[in-house]
Design a protein around this ligand. Structure first.
Ligand SMILES: NC(=O)c1ccc[n+]([C@@H]2O[C@H](COP(=O)([O-])OP(=O)(O)OC[C@H]3O[C@@H](n4cnc5c(N)ncnc54)[C@H](OP(=O)(O)O)[C@@H]3O)[C@@H](O)[C@H]2O)c1
Length: 251
């Protein structure tokens, strides 16, 4: 019961990795606030979890909803120990086939939503003099890969934003970054390209839950895969771009 007595806010809890994390953390004794847009899915999840949990439906692309949610959590007078931002949308598309309305939504959810949450939440953590804020990037944000834009661009920006947060905020606020490899969720079910070392969501949840308790900044897994993608970042551009262009026929 590693999380016994803790209050943890999961944003993006209605499916995939967030849902698996809710199941794991609730089993470990945490009291959860579950957020996403789909209230019905959140209530259905809450009913299956052991313990007493709160459903707080939320569209993270709406700054007023984000601020109201944080105010609601602050008014409860119970400390909020951890916040996990996992909300994101993705549709694999070639640059020629991008839907610009969806692209706008994608940036508003994946990037602006994370910034809204950090901005609204930090005053609460300062008032508490503690708190953990965890953002979810991706290996897709490590380097530009064919077929992933503009999702990959939002993840690259979110990685950069989270690094800035870590550098900027007070030491008593624990900022962390999750960079998963491929995980089998509705998000990756849309991909029609090979996904090496793809994990099940419950396995991803265990990696993340273990990482939240450790002192490091980044939680990335499976390491054999994430480290090989990270390696591309350290190559000179001619070599790295030669390799990523070779991936074009798989995208
Ligand atoms: N699966 C992978 O291989 C993989 C790899 C690397 C990184 N990631 C990252 O892991 C995180 C979880 O993804 P997943 O694979 O578990 O996908 P998922 O099953 O599609 O989960 C995404 C979650 O985000 C929520 N969400 C989407 N738009 C939202 C909005 N406007 N406001 C609030 N919540 C919103 C969704 O709920 P509603 O639709 O109910 O709002 C859902 O709960 C994402 O940040 C993703 O980028 C995933």
């Amino acid at each position: 019961m590693a999380y016994s007595g803790e209050h943890i806010w999961i944003i993006g809890a209605s499916s995939g990795i967030g849902k698996a994390l809710a199941e794991y953390l609730a089993a470990q004794g945490a009291r959860l606030t579950l957020s996403a847009r789909n209230a019905e899915a959140l209530h259905a999840l809450a009913e299956t979890l052991p313990g007493d949990h709160q459903v707080l439906p939320l569209d993270v692309s709406d700054i007023l909803q984000v601020e109201a949610a944080v105010q609601h959590l602050g008014n409860s007078n119970k400390p909020l120990h951890r916040t996990l931002f996992l909300a994101a949308v993705f549709r694999p598309r070639h640059i020629n086939a991008l839907d610009m309305q969806f692209t706008k939504e994608l940036i508003e959810v994946n990037l602006l939503g994370a910034i809204y949450v950090a901005h609204a939440l930090l005053p609460l953590y300062r008032a508490q003099k503690s708190g953990q804020l965890v953002m979810c990037g991706s290996i897709a944000g490590f380097t530009g890969l064919p077929g992933g834009q503009p999702y990959s661009a939002t993840k690259a920006a979110l990685i950069n934003f989270t690094e800035s947060l870590y550098a900027e905020v007070e030491d008593y606020i624990d900022v962390k970054l999750i960079n998963p490899g491929f995980v089998r969720t509705r998000m990756t079910d849309k991909n029609d390209f090979p996904m090496p070392m793809r994990l099940e969501p419950d396995v991803a949840a265990k990696h993340i839950a273990r990482g939240l308790l450790q002192s490091g900044f980044e939680i990335h897994f499976p390491k054999a895969f994430t480290c090989s993608v990270k390696f591309l970042r350290f190559l000179p551009y001619p070599m790295a771009l030669f390799i990523t262009r070779r991936l074009r026929e798989h995208a």
